[in-house]
Design a binder for this molecule. Structure first.
Ligand SMILES: C[S@@+](CC[C@H](N)C(=O)[O-])C[C@H]1O[C@@H](n2cnc3c(N)ncnc32)[C@H](O)[C@@H]1O
Length: 238
């Protein structure tokens, strides 16, 4: 059975192995690091599948109900879902828009896990790589990244999208705080914000916040379609 999180017992989870007096209080840095390593391995084993369930929900909305989606994908010949998990979103797009050649860029262990699970699809190509280093045209999730990483990922994307007509674009599917169609959705977005703060160096962002990130990454304009429940579809143009 998985060991209990030493920090959870103390109501703290962020700074694993941070040292100092806390280590003595919470049972020592070594125990925390061992727990963290085991937890990470478990997370890595289940991540592609668990995440896929959530992205299936988003994918269904994306290709099913989002009124403007056909227009969004019109003229798009190829697309890379950077950090695309088990490929659920890319497969849904490939099924709904057969003219779009879809690739999933993922970390090698995720690509291996998907291949081993044998539920990949010939409609989608999986490429092992690091999105911090190189990204072809992409549709990706940014909400678990820090501001610096968002800018870095967007810059990598900008380098790879076509600058010739028809020009490429980056599609971001993420929460835009303040664009909530209901109180329940706003509450869901704020819960996600809390999760991102606790689990990752990320956050949910308002439109003004996104605007600054897009400008810093060198993009000139964007269009937000708040049609995906708690998330919006943001088209970002060089
Ligand atoms: C929050 S998940 C999103 C998965 C999927 N796009 C979705 O919406 O369900 C982030 C994904 O990014 C992948 N990832 C993290 N760092 C990466 C990197 N440097 N290069 C490529 N993929 C990465 C992870 O393996 C994980 O599957």
């Amino acid at each position: 059975m998985a060991p209990a999180c030493p920090y959870r017992q103390q109501g703290r989870r962020r700074h694993v192995g941070s040292g100092g007096d806390n280590d003595a209080v919470h049972g020592g840095a070594r125990r925390k690091l061992l727990w963290y390593g085991r937890r990470q391995r478990r997370v890595r084993r289940v991540f592609p599948r668990g995440d896929g369930r959530r992205s299936r929900f988003v994918a269904e909305i994306l290709v099913g109900e989002c009124g403007g989606t056909a227009a969004v994908f019109a003229g798009v010949k190829s697309l890379v879902d950077a950090g695309g998990g088990d490929g659920t979103t890319a497969m849904a797009i490939a099924r709904a828009f057969p003219h779009v050649r879809c690739t999933v860029l993922e970390l090698p262990h995720v690509v291996d896990a998907v291949a081993a699970a044998g539920d990949g699809s010939s409609t989608v190509e999986f490429v092992a790589g690091d999105m911090m280093e190189f990204i072809p045209p992409a549709d990706f999730v940014l909400h678990n990244w820090s501001d610096e990483d968002c800018v870095r990922i967007l810059k990598r994307s900008k380098e790879s999208i076509s600058t010739r007509e028809p020009k490429g674009k980056v599609i971001v599917i993420d929460v835009v705080l303040g664009m909530s169609p209901s109180k329940q959705i706003l509450e869901a977005q704020l819960s996600l914000d809390l999760c991102m703060m606790v689990l990752f160096p990320g956050k949910q962002r308002t439109e003004d916040y996104w605007h600054k990130i897009f400008l810093e990454a060198g993009f000139t304009r964007y269009k937000i379609s708040p049609a995906l429940g708690s998330r919006s579809l943001i088209e970002v143009y060089p």
